[in-house]
Design a protein around this ligand. Structure first.
Ligand code: C5P
Length: 224
């Protein structure tokens, strides 16, 4: 049987903490990749560390949100890093998505839909007049048009996204219980895979407290 796949979010600016996250999350039962976001990449030692990291599935979560030229140029600027996945906000627009995809080469370009920290009320506050589900579906169609390699959405929208986007679906906002922190659209790991997620993204539920125990909890929860 295929292994369940998760990206562990290495959200820290502390190299020792990130090293600990990597060593304590090794498992033969699930496939683990590592996600590095703005906090880590912008820390003093983050980029050099990443440039030396070998034999790992690496996801760089830059969440590009800019004009086509800037997004595409940024991809060129990180080509020295051997990374597997990179994010861009779909709301950067179709031209930016296409321009970035054109230069991304072997890096899988992931389109980020509506952040899992936003709900319908938050969208209204920003000025959107469509609800979460309609917007995510609309953006999944854009990701398809731009030939992106993967999409990020909440596991609540996976079934909907699958209707129009046939490649990898990656879902953050994963929680074992009601402790959702700043996330609004949350789903349990088991339910997220059941809905059809290819990869889960998990940060705090794995990296806070006893990391080894948290990974074992995940494996038990999944019945592996
Ligand atoms: O700690 P937690 O599990 O909430 O971490 C989720 C991770 O996924 C964070 O690194 C966050 O930046 C990222 N993410 C997200 N929602 C998105 C895209 C990425 O939470 N839509």
């Amino acid at each position: 049987m295929k292994k369940n796949k998760i990206f562990v979010a290495c959200d820290s600016s502390n190299i020792l903490k990130v090293k600990r996250i990597i060593s304590k999350t090794q498992s033969s039962k699930i496939k683990v990749g590592y996600k590095f976001g703005l906090e880590f990449i912008n820390s003093k030692d983050g980029r050099p560390f990443l440039s030396k990291l070998k034999n790992k599935t690496i996801f760089v979560d830059l969440k590009l949100h800019d004009i086509p030229n800037t997004c595409a140029s940024t991809v060129k600027a990180i080509k020295d890093l051997k990374i597997n996945y990179l994010t861009i906000h779909i709301s950067s627009g179709l031209e930016a998505l296409k321009a970035t995809k054109k230069v991304s080469g072997k890096i899988k370009l992931i389109g980020v839909t509506i952040l899992t920290s936003l709900d319908n009320k938050a969208l209204k506050d920003i000025g959107f007049n469509k609800d979460v589900k309609k917007l995510v579906l609309h953006q999944a169609r854009m990701a398809n048009k731009a030939k992106l390699d993967a999409i990020v959405c909440s596991a609540q929208e996976v079934k909907l996204v699958k209707k129009v986007f046939k490649k990898e679906i990656i879902t953050p906002g994963i929680r074992f219980n009601s402790k959702s922190n700043d996330q609004k659209r949350v789903v349990t790991p088991k339910q997220a895979y059941k809905n059809g997620s290819d990869w889960l993204v998990m940060g705090r539920p794995i990296t806070q407290g006893n990391i080894k125990k948290n990974i074992q909890n995940l494996i038990d929860h999944l019945g592996k």
